[in-house]
Write a protein that binds this ligand. Structure first.
Ligand SMILES: C[S@@+](CC[C@H](N)C(=O)[O-])C[C@H]1O[C@@H](n2cnc3c(N)ncnc32)[C@H](O)[C@@H]1O
Length: 407
């Protein structure tokens, strides 16, 4: 028998209020308009087949579509991430907004935020997703949101310029259509992936003294995870398996990836080098390493490989790795009995282990000394031909370069 308390807890309205409260407490929701949007939209109507507890869990995604290998192609994003990105977007009543990557619910939040005078267009590359989003939007009372089936790489020119373009799939580049589709004071919020790690970045037009007005500069960024962008803008990435359970990926064309040579290195001796520097804020440190290592990639190791002691636990969720033709170095940590925290260090393998470990450890120390805080990085996107030589802290993309500098 269902008790009265159980039936109250399962009420969507109660679950929604709890979710809004949790999102406020966890700094996902920071403003009253975003709180009101999350309180107004019946989130469960956008995932009618999913359990209510899952739909209203602030940190869990709801599966929508997978490919034949089980890779997720579309999900309803977690409420916490949606809230963070809506706060980054700074949506105002009356704005014209384009969402790239649909599902319906985030478009409904956007419609609440822009109000009657605003316009929301949402585009998806997948006809199953866009048909479903259309049905859910109509059912939940948002018939005014425009749904478009297209590859978002080309934007949706019919409707531009937009005050806000918000992308909800992991992008590897910023195509020209997104920049040209922005109003002069428009904002682009995009989960940008560099070497396997993603940050939701809020970009405005770069009006700095050295800027030609074509580029973008970041206002804020936040750790994010998204399904990958499909179509024309899909990531250019290489991934090699060294052995069962150990893989290295990179999207930097300069990085040599010789699986056999790296695997041989892993069989050889292991060099450990301790930095003497504090280890914390792992996502900020990871970002710094990704943009500052001279030959960056990402090392992944499965549980059993870590349990056997072959690779450090830092690689379980992916760790920045410095790679040469025959050697590699990556970050680890150990407890620091004096401070109660952790000290960062490097594990390296291969004939060039010492030189790679030295470069890596220097960066660990520099970050701890000069940049160990949240939000210290500024990103810029410079469209156009890739400059030669590539500036420091820059990654090459199809339509331009991304740079990151630390204050
Ligand atoms: C995380 S889901 C979107 C979540 C959604 N915004 C919500 O309200 O929860 C990402 C979506 O991006 C779509 N997508 C991927 N590549 C795309 C592209 N090139 N153009 C448009 N949509 C794309 C996928 O089909 C998928 O539905």
């Amino acid at each position: 028998m269902t008790s009265i308390d159980d039936s109250l807890v399962r009420d969507p309205g109660v679950l929604r209020s709890d979710m809004v409260r949790a999102l406020r407490e966890q700094d996902g929701i920071r403003s009253e308009p975003v709180a009101a949007a999350f309180a107004a939209v019946p989130r469960h109507r956008f995932a009618p087949e999913a359990p209510l507890e899952l739909v209203y869990d602030p940190h869990r995604t709801v599966p929508v579509k997978k490919d034949e290998n089980g890779l997720e192609l579309s999900v309803m994003s977690a409420a916490h991430l949606q809230a963070v990105m809506l706060e980054q977007a700074g949506v105002e009543p009356g704005m014209k907004v384009l969402e790239i990557g649909s599902g319906g619910v985030n478009a409904a939040y956007l419609q609440e935020l822009v109000g009657k005078a605003g316009e929301v267009t949402t585009v998806d590359i997948d006809c199953d997703v866009i048909d479903r989003a259309r049905r859910c939007l109509d059912d939940a009372g948002y018939p005014q949101v425009r749904t478009v089936l297209a590859d978002g790489e080309s934007g949706v020119p019919d409707g531009s310029p937009y005050d806000l373009i918000t992308v909800t799939a992991a992008a590897w580049d910023i195509p020209p259509s997104w920049i040209s589709g922005l109003a002069p004071s428009g904002r682009l919020v995009v989960p940008l992936t560099v070497c396997g790690t993603t940050r939701s970045i809020a970009f405005d037009r770069d009006r700095g003294p050295e800027s030609d007005d074509e580029g973008l500069v970041s206002r804020s960024y936040s750790l994010a995870r998204f399904v990958p962008m499909q179509g024309e803008g899909a990531a250019e990435e290489r991934r090699v398996l060294l052995r069962e359970g150990v893989a290295v990926q990179t999207d930097d064309v300069r990085v040599p990836l010789d699986a056999q040579a790296l695997n041989r290195a892993l069989d050889g001796p292991r060099l450990e080098c301790w930095s003497g520097a504090a280890y914390d804020l792992p996502d900020e440190l990871e970002l710094y390493l990704t943009f500052n290592l001279s030959s960056p990639a990402r090392l992944h190791a499965a549980n059993d490989v870590v349990e056997r002691g072959l690779v450090e636990a830092s690689a379980l969720f992916g760790v920045p790795v410095l790679v040469s033709e025959d050697s590699f170095a990556y970050r680890t940590r150990r407890e620091n009995a004096d401070t109660g925290g952790f000290e960062s260090g490097v594990v390296a393998h291969g004939p060039g282990a010492q030189a790679l470990a030295d470069e890596y450890a220097t960066l660990l120390r520099r970050w701890a000394r000069d940049h160990r805080r949240r939000g210290a990085a500024t990103f810029r996107y410079l469209p156009g031909p890739v400059p030669v030589p590539l500036p420091r802290n820059a990654v090459r993309r199809r339509h331009g370069i991304v740079t990151a500098t630390w204050r």
